[in-house]
Design a protein around this ligand. Structure first.
Ligand code: CA
Length: 228
């Protein structure tokens, strides 16, 4: 397999060097730039496999870069991992809704960085499972056609909305979804789903799943994910 290329946009030189060191050591081809303008220029000639995007940049900020990448047919499928500081959860939510894949918070360990990069590249290679196909994950089996969930082989009674919520999250384990992404993915019939009611539905879902409820994780300030 040819080397995969990571383009990093980061104005702090020491962080850029940390990224370069770790990703190069892991076998990735690395391109580092210090501004959004430079990133967009490089993307006219380079086709990386993934972009690591600092959100706080002088000049064009990370969210604006993300918006432009997602608007351009040439780059809209390019995976983006946002690199954020603590307290930037509102920007993380905005970035995920623009189409960014994931985020890591500074300071990060090289191990976490590499795991996220590998996970996003792997998920992009695998198509999400067929929406109608039974899904087996951890000790759960989810049968979309039958609207049935088994935990350790035992059926669990869920409402239509709880079922859809579980299926939506579990089809893409490890992905973080914002409340509004969940609302548009779930379309409740029995219950008008709003950002706020997602939280209520999650509480109900976890309770019914019992021990397996732990896989439905809260990502503070951002949303929810099903544990990988
Ligand atoms: Ca910065």
């Amino acid at each position: 397999m040819p080397k995969e290329t990571v383009l990093a946009v980061e104005d702090e030189e020491d962080i850029l060097e940390l990224l370069r060191y770790n990703l190069t050591k892991e076998g990735y081809h690395f391109i580092g730039v210090t501004s959004g303008e430079e990133a967009l220029r490089r993307l006219r000639t380079e086709t990386p496999n993934l972009v690591l995007l600092d959100l706080m940049l002088p000049g064009m900020d990370g969210l604006e870069i993300c918006r432009r990448l997602k608007q351009d047919p040439k780059t809209q499928n390019l995976p983006v991992i946002m690199v954020t500081a603590k307290g930037e959860e509102a920007d993380v939510v905005a970035g995920l809704e623009l189409g960014a894949d994931d985020y890591i918070t500074k300071p990060f360990s090289p191990r976490v960085l590499l795991a996220r990069v590998r996970a996003v590249l792997r998920r992009r290679r695998q198509a999400p499972p067929d929406e109608a196909a039974p899904l087996q994950i951890h000790e759960l089996v989810i049968h979309p056609g039958r609207h049935e969930v088994l935990v350790h082989g035992q059926p669990v009674e869920l409402t239509v909305t709880e079922f859809r919520l579980l299926h939506f999250l579990a089809r893409r384990p490890g992905w973080v979804f914002t409340r509004s992404q969940i609302v548009s993915g779930v379309h409740g019939d029995d219950y008008p789903v709003s950002d706020r009611s997602v939280d209520v539905q999650i509480v109900g879902l976890r309770k019914k799943l019992g021990e397996a409820g732990k896989y439905v994780e809260t990502v503070r300030g951002v949303g929810y994910r099903f544990r990988e």
